[in-house]
Ligand binder design. Structure first.
Ligand SMILES: NC(=O)c1ccc[n+]([C@@H]2O[C@H](COP(=O)([O-])OP(=O)(O)OC[C@H]3O[C@@H](n4cnc5c(N)ncnc54)[C@H](OP(=O)(O)O)[C@@H]3O)[C@@H](O)[C@H]2O)c1
Length: 345
């Protein structure tokens, strides 16, 4: 059992904690052999997922190289991934020949995506989210793939429903969310065509101290900016729990693909969260807008039934984010735009 710290004093400490695998994950990978390939490792979550794979492999006594693929547009991200003991392969997966050059794998995590910058370059978002999946399924035909999808594939649901479950029809607003539905549909189609078992992880808002919905709210309260309440409620999950649960999802890969909501079971109020930050930061929270009676929310009954609840509570995350902001901890400057209600990113 991992001890929860009061706060984090460095990014190394934070990265180490986020990438801590659960006993359940160590158990799952005990019999894994051969390479695990992580496509899109250079993003906000990939380093933690790669590190968690390394730790789970070493502690379970299993074998197999961990290999990370990305364009590595940020060379610092590549250095960090390699230092964690992960081999890297640079590839632009949109290029027609890229898939053929990918390393062999016994299992694949698919984290490639494009969201921000969609408005004005819609065609690129559709290309990344729907062309690459076809090439990947052909290259890794028959090999289990955990695919990072998003909770944004659902429409907004009434608050009293408690959230969308995995059977809700996928009718979201906006080009990004529809391209994410496209990504799922291509994986679903190609799963049948190529005999590839897949689990579609519909993730809602991972929380790191350097980015995420809580950092967005905490920063606004700390700097005296107004917090927009129009999207009044969200679900969030500690990034370490999100990564851990998505790796446990290898046990759920199937033909046809199974969708799985990954987020926290609590619906959190943006107003209450901002008030809690105000208390912790010694500031006054300012608000604009009125919470609507619907929001982008997901139910996690299926996932909690399979893997148990996330390890970290929302209150713990708020306290950690507040301490991090107070200490001047680095942020990624990548706001989530959780307040967006029209699907434009
Ligand atoms: N973080 C969240 O809270 C959250 C919530 C819901 C869903 N998701 C989804 O979960 C996945 C992982 O999340 P994330 O936050 O780590 O995403 P991210 O920061 O957007 O990372 C996406 C990754 O894809 C790579 N990539 C993009 N285009 C590529 C291409 N043509 N060829 C090769 N690699 C390419 C990028 O690295 P390079 O630029 O170096 O290639 C990057 O490593 C994404 O699909 C994201 O949309 C995340």
């Amino acid at each position: 059992m991992v001890e929860f710290p009061e706060k984090f004093d460095s990014e190394e400490e934070l990265d180490d904690f986020i990438s801590e695998p659960s006993a359940q994950l160590i158990d799952l990978c005990r019999n894994w052999k051969g390479p695990t390939v992580v496509l899109g490792i250079a993003g906000k979550m990939g380093y933690h997922l790669g590190m968690m794979l390394v730790k789970a492999r070493d502690r379970s006594g299993s074998s197999g190289e961990i290999i990370g693929v990305s364009r590595f547009s940020d060379s610092e991200a590549r250095r960090k991934v390699e230092e964690a003991g992960i081999r890297t392969v640079a590839a632009d997966l949109l290029s027609p020949d890229a898939a053929a050059g990918l390393p062999d794998a016994q299992r694949v995590v698919y984290m490639v995506g494009r969201k921000f910058g969609t408005a004005g370059s819609e065609e690129l978002t559709w290309a990344v989210n729907t062309l690459i999946p076809q090439a990947v399924c052909r290259r890794y035909a028959g090999i289990p793939i955990v695919v990072y999808s998003t909770g944004a594939v659902y429409p907004r649901v009434p608050l009293e429903s408690g959230g969308a479950d995995e059977s809700l029809p996928l009718t979201p607003l906006g080009e990004y969310a529809n391209a994410a539905v496209g990504r799922e549909r291509i994986f679903q189609y190609m799963s049948g065509v190529t005999g590839t078992p897949i689990c579609l992880v519909r993730l809602f808002y991972a929380i790191d101290l350097r980015y995420g919905v809580l950092r967005d709210i905490g920063e606004k309260v700390a700097s005296g900016e107004t917090v927009d309440l129009n999207m009044g409620y969200v679900n969030v999950i500690w990034q370490g729990d999100a990564v851990n649960q998505s790796l446990l999802a290898f046990s759920q890969c199937a033909i046809p693909p199974r969708p799985l909501n990954v987020t926290g079971p609590e619906i959190i109020s943006i107003r209450d969260t901002a008030e809690r930050f105000a208390e912790l930061l010694g500031r006054r929270a300012k608000f604009s807008g009125t919470p609507a009676t619907d929001a982008l929310l997901g139910k996690t009954d299926r996932t909690v039934g399979l893997f148990g609840p996330p390890r970290v509570s929302v209150e713990k995350m708020i306290v950690w984010v507040a301490e991090w902001i107070k200490a001047g901890g680095r942020g990624l400057n990548k706001p989530t735009h959780f307040e967006t209600r029209n699907g434009d990113y």
